[in-house]
Design a protein around this ligand. Structure first.
Ligand SMILES: NC(=O)c1ccc[n+]([C@@H]2O[C@H](COP(=O)([O-])OP(=O)(O)OC[C@H]3O[C@@H](n4cnc5c(N)ncnc54)[C@H](OP(=O)(O)O)[C@@H]3O)[C@@H](O)[C@H]2O)c1
Length: 287
């Protein structure tokens, strides 16, 4: 792992933080992304305490914002000349129907567009460093999805349970299409379900979120356990030539049939590009 650089989002809490600490201990050069500078510094301190030999740093960005993802990618490319492992992990559930700064339903802005934008902005650099890996943290919640060719991106959050599941299906459709596009490039892309993990997940929803965490916490595994499949996909030689797959408990697992639908995966990609172009146009008008 000497000289291998990892970029890991959502590393200031939960399974992302544990993965960041473990990767640091293994000696990887780790760049974490968080939306709050102080929380980034706290995690960085824990990473440094492992006394791994890698270069450790952080970048701050709200990944639900197109502008901030572009700035993040630019800052990364200015500072570093390689990216061996990109881990898209930052995600959340929203109990209310809110919009991102770009006007996208918030669950989708963070859980899907955050992954889509950051990966695409860094893809050239990742390809340059092949062999390289991209890891998308999804969820078994994708099994309850209701996406279709006519409506493949949710515009509002009527039922958070389904909106979250849909966004996590989007992570898998994104993985399917990206793996197809990267065929033969030496860059693999895989997705995973971490298990039901006792984290801060839901805490952004006030008291209902805290109640949700308390109840689900009873049935949940620890963050150490939850981070294992991320670490497996990032570091194991078992998976170095496996791409486009879904993992759970460090093993390949069966995702829903719809997540492998190549037509839907292409359609989601195209629709995501169209949304992005519209956002960029609006941004350039307002500048
Ligand atoms: N926990 C589970 O049972 C479970 C199950 C299946 C899948 N997952 C998936 O696992 C991933 C990690 O979740 P977790 O359970 O570890 O949750 P968590 O403890 O809430 O951690 C989420 C991380 O994402 C960051 N984040 C949230 N909103 C952000 C934004 N707008 N911009 C940048 N970063 C942001 C958080 O930063 P702050 O520290 O600033 O809040 C935190 O570092 C998610 O993709 C989730 O969907 C979790």
């Amino acid at each position: 792992m000497e000289g291998k650089r990892v970029l890991l989002t959502g590393a200031t809490a939960g399974i992302g933080e544990v993965a960041a600490i473990r990767l640091s201990a293994m000696g990887y050069d780790v760049v974490i992304v968080g939306r709050n500078e102080q929380r980034c510094k706290n995690t960085l301190q824990k990473m440094k305490a492992t006394q791994g030999q890698g270069d450790l740093s952080y970048l701050v960005a709200d990944l639900s914002s197109r502008e901030e993802v572009l700035k993040l990618a630019r800052a990364y490319k200015e500072k570093f000349d390689r990216l061996d492992i990109l881990i898209n992990n930052a995600g959340a559930v929203f109990f209310d129907d809110r919009r991102s700064v770009d006007g996208i339903e918030m669950t989708w802005a963070l859980n899907h567009f955050g992954y889509f934008w950051l990966t695409n902005e860094l893809l050239e650099l990742i390809r340059k460093n092949a062999p390289a890996r991209i890891i998308n943290v999804s969820s078994d919640a994708h099994h309850r999805s209701r996406l279709s060719a006519e409506r493949c991106i949710d515009k509002s959050n009527k039922v958070p349970y389904f909106t979250y599941g849909n966004s996590k299906l989007a992570n898998l459709l994104f993985t399917t299409e990206l793996a197809r596009r990267l065929e033969g490039s030496g860059v693999t892309v895989n997705a995973l379900h971490p298990g039901m993990v006792a984290t801060n997940f839901g805490a952004n929803n006030g008291i209902p979120g805290r109640v949700f965490n308390l109840v689900t916490g009873i049935f949940s595994i620890t963050c150490e356990e939850g981070a294992k499949t991320i670490l497996y996909l990032a570091t194991s030689t078992d998976v170095e030539s496996i791409t486009g797959k879904y993992f759970y408990k460090e093993r390949q697992s069966n995702p829903s049939t719809i997540s492998l639908d190549e037509f839907l995966a292409k359609r989601l990609w195209r629709k995501s590009e169209e949304e992005t172009i519209a956002i960029d146009r609006a941004r350039s008008v307002s500048v």
